[in-house]
Design a protein around this ligand. Structure first.
Ligand code: PMM
Length: 293
């Protein structure tokens, strides 16, 4: 267990506040090879400190993951994933943080839930481990089922669709049907189109544009666009004054505002503060549109 002294932490947003706006899931990758945080938070104390910081920046959940899913990444062993993830989940949960565990393994999900995690984020939507859906049913924990076609080594070869939006909707509906058949309660299911997973840039943009269609599946939708490669075309479009520093986080923040305003249940982001402002802006506009002033 971490020797870190945990500071007094104000509880994350009260449920009533969170319920009527888009949630912010702050990403905490505890992988030495994480491409987006450069593996900076791979020691337990540093990871826990970063998780607490994400909450102070406005995260409703801290999404802890110990296995990189970037294109081409190799799988980590179960004991290694456990070693990376569990102490961080336990310490953050103990500090009052709503922790989500980003794992494809039922054994890791079970250990994380036992340590206090309140959400299981399975990027394989229950496909990678046949024990996952039965575990989700038995534990009655909220879960994210993401659209997925295969592990990171091969996924970019699987980006072949007739119509990406319709095919992803069909495959996501198969995942929610499988979860319901395993006994997962419908209220516990959140779906995610899996931007960048077996999708090229154009396909990811098409899915982002299709949130109303995804909502027709009947479940809340999580959007995970943060810092992904497909956003780069909105950063490097040429002709900019070099003194203007724009990066993928700026585009991610714009996506958070747009996704929230399209009714997304949540956004999964690295840069939490601006995303928290973006989802509140969308929520404020929605209230004004409904004449609540
Ligand atoms: N993307 C990554 C990891 N986990 N989980 C969900 N639900 N949705 C995503 O889009 C998603 C995820 C990969 O991104 P990262 O390496 O920047 O965390």
């Amino acid at each position: 267990m971490s020797a870190l002294m945990l500071p007094e932490l104000a509880p994350t947003m009260p449920a009533a506040d969170v319920a009527d706006r888009c949630r912010v899931l702050g990403i905490l990758n505890v992988t030495p090879d994480s491409f987006s945080d450069g593996g900076r938070f791979n020691s337990i104390d540093a990871a826990v400190a970063r998780g607490l910081e994400l909450v102070r920046h406005g995260a409703d959940f801290v999404d802890v993951g110990g296995e990189s899913t970037r294109p081409g990444a190799r799988r980590v062993s179960e004991p290694e994933e456990r070693r990376r993830v569990l102490p961080v989940v336990a310490a953050l949960s103990e500090a009052g943080v709503r922790v989500s565990v980003d794992t494809m393994r039922a054994s890791i999900a079970a250990a994380a839930v036992a340590a206090g995690a309140v959400l299981v984020n399975d990027v394989s939507g229950g496909l990678a481990d046949p024990a996952m859906l039965p575990f989700l049913a038995e534990s009655d924990v909220q879960c994210v089922l993401m659209h997925w076609r295969g592990h990171a080594e091969i996924m970019q070869d699987l980006a072949i669709y007739r119509s990406v939006v319709e095919d992803v909707c069909i495959e996501l509906a198969q995942r929610s049907d499988a979860a319901l058949a395993a006994g997962v309660r419908p209220e516990n299911i959140v779906l995610d189109p899996g931007l960048g997973f077996a999708k090229n840039s154009g396909q990811s943009w098409s899915l982002l544009a299709a949130l109303p269609r995804l909502h027709m599946l009947g479940f809340p939708v999580l959007v995970g666009a943060s810092r992904k490669r497909f956003l780069a075309e909105c950063v490097d479009y040429g002709g900019l004054d070099p003194s203007i520093s724009t990066d993928r986080d700026d585009v991610s923040n714009a996506v958070s505002a747009l996704a929230a305003s399209a009714g997304a249940w949540g956004v999964r982001v690295h840069s939490v503060g601006p995303a928290a402002a973006a989802v509140r802006t969308a929520s404020r506009l929605r209230a004004a549109a409904l004449g609540e002033d």
